[in-house]
Design a protein around this ligand. Sequence first.
Ligand code: GLU
Length: 269
Amino acid sequence: MRAHRVGAAVIAVAAMTAGLTACSGGSDKFVVGIKFDQPGLGQKQPDGSFKGFDVDVAKYVAKELGYKDDQIQFKEAISANRESFIQQGQVNIVAATYSITDDRKKKVGFAGPYLVTGQDILTRADDTTINSVDDLKTKKVCGAQGSSSPKRLVDKFGDAWKSQYLTEQQGYGACLPLLENKQVDAISTDATILAGFATQSPGKFRLVGKPFSEEKYGIGVKLEDKETREKINKAVEKMFQDGSWKKAVDANFGEFGKFFTTPPAIERY
Ligand code: GLU
């Protein structure tokens, strides 16, 4: 019993120290959780640098919070670990195709939104049988664990569909080879993510282009840290106003950027 209590205390102190390190400013690092496998949003480059819209937003925000470029450290976040990364202080912020949802709002705070997209479908280019979400009822679909996208389909089609038709991977990048090899017939998630995959492999895939949800991308921070949340909201508003947001849209989304003509309104809640 005694040893047990001491163990718990040590863990508590270690957790506090980790939290402090990740969150103090000045000369420290600013750790940003991003996706590493999503072209156009958050992608690790062969030279070790990072590219994408989420990356550009995070860099802008970090700068406004007083951090220099060399203080920013990108850490790979996957759909399933975004809440725990924030709660445990493993990152300062998450900017990783992170939809603001009521469930997640109970665990983390959100600044933003800084982009609004919708859930859509990616198929093989030569598959003409999938043209709307209803067509997925009898199709094998891939999604990421901890993502809101597969959850939406399970809510719609039920648990029997889930066990028969849904494959869940750690990330959407891991769904791509399954689609190519015909182990699944579709990937369903945000149109931004799917457009990035389609652009990366011209001629291979088809974006159905019939979004069936509204995904508002937010920047995740600790639930109780309202001060940082508001600072980030101000930074994002500045990014909208000074033209940097549009520049980042054009630089990262190519053709698909035409769907993002005006920035969304920040939601303070
Ligand atoms: N935006 C959705 C979400 O936050 C889907 C993309 C993802 O899983 O990153 O769950």
